[in-house]
Write a protein that binds this ligand. Sequence first.
Ligand SMILES: NC(=O)c1ccc[n+]([C@@H]2O[C@H](COP(=O)([O-])OP(=O)(O)OC[C@H]3O[C@@H](n4cnc5c(N)ncnc54)[C@H](O)[C@@H]3O)[C@@H](O)[C@H]2O)c1
Length: 445
Amino acid sequence: MNLTVIGTGYVGLVTGTCFAEMGNTVTCVDTDPAKVAQLGQGQIPIFEPGLDAMVKNNSKDGRLRFTTSLAEAMADSQIYFIAVGTPSNGDGSADLRQVLAVAREIGRHLNAYGVVVDKSTVPVGTAEKVREAIQGELQSRGVNIDFDVVSNPEFLKEGAAIDDFMRPDRIIVGSDSDRAREIMRQLYAPFNMNRDRTLYMGVRDAEMTKYAANAMLATKISFINEIAGLCDRLDVDVENVRLGIGSDARIGYSFIYPGCGYGGSCFPKDVKAIIHLAESCRFEPRLLRSVEERNQAQRRVLCQKVRERFGDDLSGLTFGVWGLAFKPGTDDLREAPAVVLLHELIGAGAKVRAYDPVAMDAARRQLPAAWFDNGDLVLCEHQYHALQDVDAMILVTEWKPFRTPDFHAMRKLMKQPVIFDGRNQYEPQTVKQAGFEYQGIGRKS
Ligand SMILES: NC(=O)c1ccc[n+]([C@@H]2O[C@H](COP(=O)([O-])OP(=O)(O)OC[C@H]3O[C@@H](n4cnc5c(N)ncnc54)[C@H](O)[C@@H]3O)[C@@H](O)[C@H]2O)c1
């Protein structure tokens, strides 16, 4: 099949590449000319394991190409995926400007029946807005062309995006049209070879499913973080509690790891958006408001622990931070707890030496230039360089190379032997035996 994917961020690029991998001819469109030029030369603007080779191979074989022109891309395709960003507005609602701009552009260039697929995460009712935007353009052109709008939310995880897309837990297709449903069935058939993973439902049901999934995962994280806060105050080790509750099959182990809060481009904005959605229909989202509040507080827990240990004024102190990306496996710094921590530490007068296995370039581009100019933040080439003469080490992102560090070497490098473990990666006993003071999240120190 011939398809167009609009937006070549994490979702659009992975979607387009995986469909090309299955033999489809895919044109990816983005308004960012630099990104399109880069992709055209086989350079991948994001870090995503396995994506690089797949983009190169499919481009070489002529199944994947990149352009800034939607008109050109639409000329020979019948399915149009909208995979642009839906960031938060100031009031927490989802900003649909990119989605609706794409819808209007589709309306300006649609010449035959097509299926418009919302892959971006969008609030309930957006497919209707997309339909109206396209219809409006068709009307002003004075043409009558049939089209369908389908909701097909994406569940991939950054860092495991290819695998998630190629072997999804489920494929959600929200459609009120038999014709569109059949096209989607054919398109996803290669991903359903051993068992059909597709769940067909109404468009609004599909839109809600995506928000509900992210809200549920965020709820699990905030729940365990709340329990961890309590454990901190009651001299209980939350890691024992985690194992104790996770072993209950009704609860399970996933997404109940205590830490310094969730981040990334999805959970924070999607929880805010569903809260806003509830408010807009005068329904009080009591639970989700608490999930969001707990997370806001949790992102400051590490700095609170630092202040309790070193005092409110951190000037004259240097901290070594391990991990900047919002989670391992990605270079994405959006809403990363590490960025919140850097603001707090530097704001309180501290200097920071930081290291991340893949997010260093993104950090150099995205963090305030003044931090680098003033020497407030130094990005180090190696995890141990980040510990040179520091007053404490703070682990924020649980990358694998941080899991079993050489505590002996660390002890020699650091000015003061203090470790704040924001992801409970270390055994407190082991760290203490190596001569360190240890503070984790919700565990005896
Ligand atoms: N990142 C994830 O892990 C993830 C997972 C599931 C769902 N989502 C959802 O998918 C959507 C996209 O997320 P993302 O992380 O890929 O976003 P992103 O910000 O990384 O990428 C969006 C891309 O769209 C491009 N764009 C903006 N307007 C455009 C236009 N008019 N025409 C063509 N291109 C345009 C931008 O230049 C950018 O390259 C969001 O709604 C997000 O919530 C993201």
